[in-house]
Design a protein. Structure first.
Length: 538
């Protein structure tokens, strides 16, 4: 991607330096990134590609080819659409993500790795002396020279962009020249097949079966070509995904399709497919809280590309996840270009809206402080541009809280709801499971306060694949700082099930209203029951 194009992205550097700038700094500084894994393999250069979740050390070399920098000046490194470490630290050389600094010159430097934001910036402050022409500063993230554990490359595949800025506080600008672009790719040492079909199908009616090939981080293996055998039939898969159209189940019953790699022993089963002669209702699957381009706080989706664009998100949900509906949206609306971002999401909904196959919804995430985050999704595609995402909860409730064509979905990703501070008149949907873990307690508290919400499960996706298989991400969960894997929660996975008579916008929305929903952490489980003639949600 062209550097100038990234400078045009909304709120470039906003939240990092406090400015929005399309200027370049006067400094002539070059920088490059390399990665060495624990086996000694080095990844570097213009075509930098490294497998996901690989342990090793990142090395960033910064060379001054211009004027001398002196006391009080800064150099900052930051990243968009990715991460160089889970949580950089400089106090435990034997620990994970240890960051170190070397300098060939005489300048006294201080490394400030704790800079606000999720873009994993490390900032170098010149305390005294000079950073002169020809001097080189070397940053190592996951330095293993002192017995450290190293760092991991990001768990999810995609392109990331490394930037350098220089200057004084309040007057700091990006260094001229293209950003260092590198790509995290799917792993090749481990693969599995996921087979997804409808949960309920009508006998004799053509169905779509989606087959995906993934690495053990949940990345689609787009660079590989494989032959799989599904129900005795050989099928070539390239790009990691295959869709079988026109599959007909002639007899009623419960089916689980079986597939495996050619000449391999391991077999993989589809979700249960219940075939009925005349289904009264169907189970449809979706994700009502996920994100794409339009992020001014975490910077994991700050650059719109082939993975994070609104259209890409809906296509992932439809084709990779075999979701029947979804609502990807911006997470923290940037101050600039808000209308352009919203228009992109509206256009993506219009392009992918196909009743009977896929129903897209508009959404965005609001952050009223301190009353707790709400993900907001709309029934209509032509909804006007929402207000500022920091609108206080009282104002947000006045704007959307009493509209029946809008849902304010309560979740626990950032700020949990603080009903003791402000109690809305109604809370109509609770996210009982998400990328941040299971939250039955949240549903119980809502019920105790007299709310009768629908239940949903959502990925709260930030940079994985819409509809991707469940994966563990160490930066999620209630206790993520202690790397308790059982509670690190998910990067992708949780989904919402809806019981409805047909796959149309009105029928799906009606199911939300009637609370005919349930949630799972990932598996397409078929659930139905009645008590005294009433089903779930009634």
């Amino acid at each position: 991607m062209d550097y100038g194009e990234i400078l045009k992205q909304p709120d470039y550097m906003d939240g990092l330096t406090g400015i929005i700038s399309d200027k370049y700094s006067e400094y002539k500084i070059t920088y490059e990134l390399s990665f060495t894994d624990t086996d000694g393999n080095e990844f570097k250069g213009a075509d930098f590609k490294v497998p996901a979740a690989t342990a090793g050390t990142f090395e960033i070399k910064i060379r001054n080819d211009g004027r001398t920098m002196g006391e009080g000046e800064y150099l900052s490194i930051y990243i968009y659409n990715g991460s160089l470490a889970h949580e950089m630290q400089k106090n435990k050389p034997e620990g994970k993500d240890y960051i170190s600094l070397e300098n060939t010159g005489s300048a006294q430097l201080e490394l400030l790795e704790k800079v606000p934001g999720f873009s994993k910036i490390c900032r170098i402050y010149i305390k005294s002396g000079k950073f002169k022409r020809g001097n080189v500063i070397t940053i190592r993230i996951g330095d293993r020279q002192y017995g450290g554990k190293g760092s991991n490359t990001y768990w999810t595949a995609g392109k990331s962009y490394l930037f350098l800025e220089a200057g004084y506080p309040g007057n700091i600008y990006p260094v001229e020249g293209a950003p260092f672009e590198f790509e995290v790719t799917a792993r090749s040492d481990g693969r599995f097949i996921r087979i997804l079909g409808p949960t309920i199908a009508k006998s004799g009616e053509p169905q779509r079966i989606h087959i995906g090939i993934y690495d053990n981080c949940g990345n689609l293996m787009e660079m590989f070509r494989d032959t799989i055998v599904i129900e005795g039939r050989e099928l070539e898969i390239s790009g990691g995904i295959g869709i079988l159209d026109g599959v007909v189940f002639k007899k009623t019953g419960v089916y689980r399709l079986e597939a495996g790699f050619k000449d391999a022993v391991e077999k993989y089963l589809s979700n249960p497919i219940t075939v009925e002669e005349r289904p009264e209702d169907y189970i449809f699957w979706g994700d009502l809280h996920a994100h794409g381009w339009g992020d001014s706080t975490m910077h994991l989706m700050h650059v719109s590309n082939e993975k994070t664009s609104p259209l890409a998100r809906h296509e992932q949900a439809r084709d990779i996840g075999r979701l029947d509906f979804s609502a990807p949206g911006p997470m923290s609306f940037p101050e600039s270009d808000r209308q352009r971002i919203w228009d992109d999401y509206r256009d993506a909904c219009k392009k992918t809206n196909k009743p009977g196959q896929y129903v897209p919804f508009l959404s965005y995430e609001a952050h009223p402080v301190p009353e707790g985050d709400r993900n907001i999704f709309f029934k209509i595609i032509n909804e006007d541009l929402p207000p500022d995402f920091r609108l206080p909860m009282e104002e947000l409730e006045k704007t959307y809280g009493f509209r029946n064509d809008v849902f304010l979905e309560v979740h626990i990703g950032g700020r949990i709801p603080r009903w003791c501070d402000y109690l809305p008149a109604r809370e109509r949907m609770i996210e009982a499971v998400s990328a941040f873990g299971n939250a039955e307690w949240l549903l119980q508290e809502a019920l105790d306060r007299g709310f009768r919400p629908a239940v949903c499960g959502s990925s709260d996706l930030h940079y994985g694949l819409m509809g991707g298989p469940r994966t563990i991400e160490e930066s999620r969960g209630r206790f993520f700082r202690y790397l308790n894997k059982r509670d690190s929660a998910y990067g992708t996975g949780p989904v919402t099930a809806v019981k409805a008579g047909e796959l149309t916008r009105d029928a799906i929305w009606d199911a939300f209203e009637k609370r005919h929903t349930y949630a799972t952490t990932d598996r397409r489980i078929y659930l139905d029951f009645k008590v005294n003639g009433s089903g779930f949600g009634d």
